[in-house]
Design a binder for this molecule. Structure first.
Ligand code: FMN
Length: 204
């Protein structure tokens, strides 16, 4: 039996709304979610979601939609960014994959160079070496050659690079539609079956 746990790492790039939606969707799809936030992700959560993250006494409810079924909370496992003792830091802990969403250029550079200075870097390093699914959702514009080279190194090492670039051909009507476009593509790569948006070429 394969593991169904998924690691969601949130770093200090713009777009934490994607991370929050992803966590909600994965929990609703009956997945166990291992959540790690970098210190800079805390700054962005405050700016973009108006949410204060307490890294020592994390309250998972701050990351869930207001109408989210709190019955799923036992499947949301929070890990401190410096907790290298966490199970997910080891290759022997089986997962169905990892998503770094959004991924800052700082984290991207650390991963491309094998620097494991926090739990997010370490877990990503593990997913790459174990040849497991790892989806990286970078957010920056424009991009330098250094950042592009880092992206290429990670794709060469087996990562799926899925930039937060929603398409407009499905006629999005709201920010939620744009967010769901990206979450839907992430779920496709994780092989989590969700129907959040229409698909090009299909009736629904
Ligand atoms: C409000 C805010 C928005 C930011 N947006 C981005 C961004 O979109 N992309 C990026 O690469 N860095 C962004 N940064 C800078 C990163 O947070 C910073 O480089 C940090 O060191 C990244 O650390 P981390 O990768 O450990 O999260 C932002 C910072 C703040 C405070």
């Amino acid at each position: 039996m394969s593991a169904s746990d998924i690691v969601v790492a949130v770093t200090g790039a713009s777009g934490v709304i994607y991370a929050r939606r992803l966590v909600n969707v994965l929990l609703e799809a009956n997945r166990t979610v291992h959540l790690v936030l970098s210190p800079a992700a805390g700054l962005v959560c405050l700016e973009e979601l108006g949410v204060t993250i307490d890294f020592e006494q994390f309250d998972p409810r701050v990351f869930l939609d207001k109408d989210h079924d709190t019955g799923t909370l036992d499947r949301l496992k929070y890990h401190h960014y410096q907790d290298f003792n966490a199970g997910i830091a080891s290759g022997s802990f089986r997962t169905a994959g990892m998503v770094i969403c959004p991924c800052s250029m700082g984290t991207l550079g650390s991963l491309a160079n094998g620097m494991s200075t926090n739990l997010i870097h370490r877990v990503a390093d593990v997913h790459l070496k174990e040849r497991r699914k790892i989806v990286i959702v970078p957010r920056e514009t424009p991009l330098s050659s250094i950042q592009l080279e880092n992206m290429k190194r990670l794709v060469d090492a087996g990562a799926v690079l899925l930039p937060a670039m929603p398409g407009f051909y499905l006629q999005p009507q709201s920010i939620d539609d744009l967010v769901d476009f990206i979450i839907s593509r992430i779920c496709d790569h994780l092989e989590v079956d969700v129907q959040l948006t229409k698909r090009w070429g299909s009736e629904n």
